[in-house]
Design a protein around this ligand. Structure first.
Ligand SMILES: Nc1nc2c(c(=O)[nH]1)N[C@H]1C(S)=C(S)[C@@H](COP(=O)(O)O)O[C@H]1N2
Ligand SMILES: [Mo]
Length: 459
């Protein structure tokens, strides 16, 4: 699987900028090679949909007027873990978000340099530079996103610096798009092309992915795309992840609140599930309508168990709902009830008599090495098909340790541990972006493949 690294609650500081070292990472595909940041200023990207199409380098880009914007990047699925219908995707809680300072130039200024927009362009479309495996429809994988052209030209930036440092490779260096106030996916990393387009990108990450829809519905252009981030907040400490002792006495709760394009007016805190609310204090510099705002609330804590929640209201008067709206992929969670800070206030003595609590750090999804296995004759035939006969071969997309494959597009079989029935139905009918293999494999071959996957992952 490509990377999905979540920031621990206790790793968020109080100041409104998230350090790059603690910033979450979300890659839909394997990141491009380190070599693309060797000579950053030589990075060349294409510009299309203008009166004079062409290309320019990052070095040339730096001669245009420079702007710095503070914005929250938040994955659409941040908070997915709180939905009770278990949507598919990374089960993020609060850590798929961070607030950064981004240095770059306005996309609008770049477009002007190429003579301005050609006629009737409705979208700004940006393309990521990841290389795609052969034999798979590029539109099913490419990270290419479109945003409405006004948003793209007015306040979107092409950036090369994050928090005062050259943009790290994992965050899209040497060059990424920042669409302030919009969900993470619109902020295309490793930009190799920007284009003004009449239509939205045909990539599935645009057409069907990242669409807000009812549970059970598949995504389509008829559903709203994940654009502006609604008002949201949560408390980060003290004591999150059991990171610090919480003794009885005076404490200051702290957290973050934001609302795409709107900025924050107030944050309230409740310790009784929302029956009574107390206003928190906004602290630190206001970095603008797309940044998050830190808040603090001083309180006296006695021995006991607490469940603190926060509720933000933005400058347009929009307030967080108690519950988020359930939707198929678990996007846009902004309910105030779920992401509570749960605190046990205990004395030093009682703490020492307790077993250590495990804390989960950033979740890196990696292949699990298999136990040595011996295969039945049917499964052994299936292994040959897995490696050789199917086209594209299964290992292009899937990770399976027994077959020595490290594909990253499809499910990792070492983790999924599919049953023979599941494999048979997926291979014969197709599933998601995977086509049906029933035209190239016989029923018997598909049964062998199914037996192989079940045996190779059952250990
Ligand atoms: N080229 C490219 N851009 C991308 C992605 C990607 O996989 N490839 N992931 C998107 C998603 S889903 C998110 S949430 C953000 C994550 O940005 P970060 O990894 O810098 O935190 O980048 C977006 N831009
Ligand atoms: Mo995301």
């Amino acid at each position: 699987m490509p990377w999905a690294l979540e920031t621990k609650r206790s790793a968020f500081g109080i100041a409104p900028v998230t350090p790059s070292s603690a910033f979450f990472v979300r890659n839909n595909l394997p990141a491009p090679n380190e070599s693309i940041v060797a000579n950053r200023d030589d990075w060349r990207f294409e510009v299309a949909g203008t009166k004079q199409n062409g290309s320019m380098t990052l070095g040339e880009l730096k001669a245009l007027p420079i702007h710095i914007v503070a914005t929250v990047l938040q994955c659409s699925g941040n908070g997915r873990a709180y939905f009770s219908h278990h949507p598919s995707g990374s089960p993020w809680a609060t850590g798929a978000a961070g607030c950064g300072l981004w240095t770059g130039v306005r996309v609008g200024d770049v477009i002007d340099k190429f003579g301005g927009s050609a006629d009737n362009k409705l979208f700004l479309t940006a393309t990521g530079a990841e290389s795609l495996p052969e034999g798979v429809d590029p539109n099913s994988l490419v990270v290419e996103r479109s945003v409405p052209v006004e948003k793209g030209l007015e306040d979107s930036l092409l950036v090369w610096e994050m928090n005062g440092e050259p943009l790290p490779l994992i965050h899209g260096g040497p060059l990424r798009l920042i669409v302030p106030g919009y969900f993470g996916v619109n902020n295309v990393k490793w930009v190799k092309r920007i284009a003004l387009t009449v239509e939205e990108s045909g990539a599935s990450i645009q057409r069907s992915g990242y669409r807000f829809r009812d549970i059970g519905e598949s995504g389509s252009p008829a559903h709203p795309s994940m654009y502006r981030m609604p008002v949201k907040s949560w408390i980060n400490g003290p004591g999150a992840d059991d990171s610090e002792p919480v003794n009885p006495g005076q404490h200051t709760l702290y957290g973050v609140a934001f609302s795409g394009e709107h900025g924050i007016k107030k944050v309230e805190i409740s310790a009784d599930g929302g029956k009574s609310w107390f206003e928190a204090q906004l602290v630190g510099p206001d970095l603008g309508p797309n940044a998050w705002r830190s808040f603090v609330y001083a309180t006296e804590l006695k021995l006991g168990t607490y469940r603190f929640v926060s509720r933000a209201t933005d400058n347009t008067g929009e307030t967080q709902p108690r519950e988020a709206t359930p939707n198929e992929r678990g996007y846009a969670h902004n309910g105030w009830y779920d992401p509570a800070l749960e605190l046990k206030v205990i004395t030093k003595q009682s703490r020492e008599s307790k077993p250590e609590l495990a804390t989960s750090s950033a979740t890196a999804l990696a292949a699990i090495p298999p136990a040595a296995i011996s295969l039945s004759p049917l499964a052994a035939r299936g292994k040959d098909i897995f490696i050789g006969k199917a086209a594209p071969s299964c290992g292009v997309c899937h990770t399976l340790a027994d077959a020595g494959s490290a594909g990253i597009i499809g499910p990792n079989f070492n983790q999924l541990k599919p049953s023979a029935d599941q494999v048979f139905s997926a291979v014969s009918q197709g599933v998601g972006v995977m086509p049906s293999y029933s035209k190239q494999l016989t029923q018997d071959e598909m049964r062998a493949l199914a037996a192989y996957l079940a045996e190779a992952t059952s250990g």
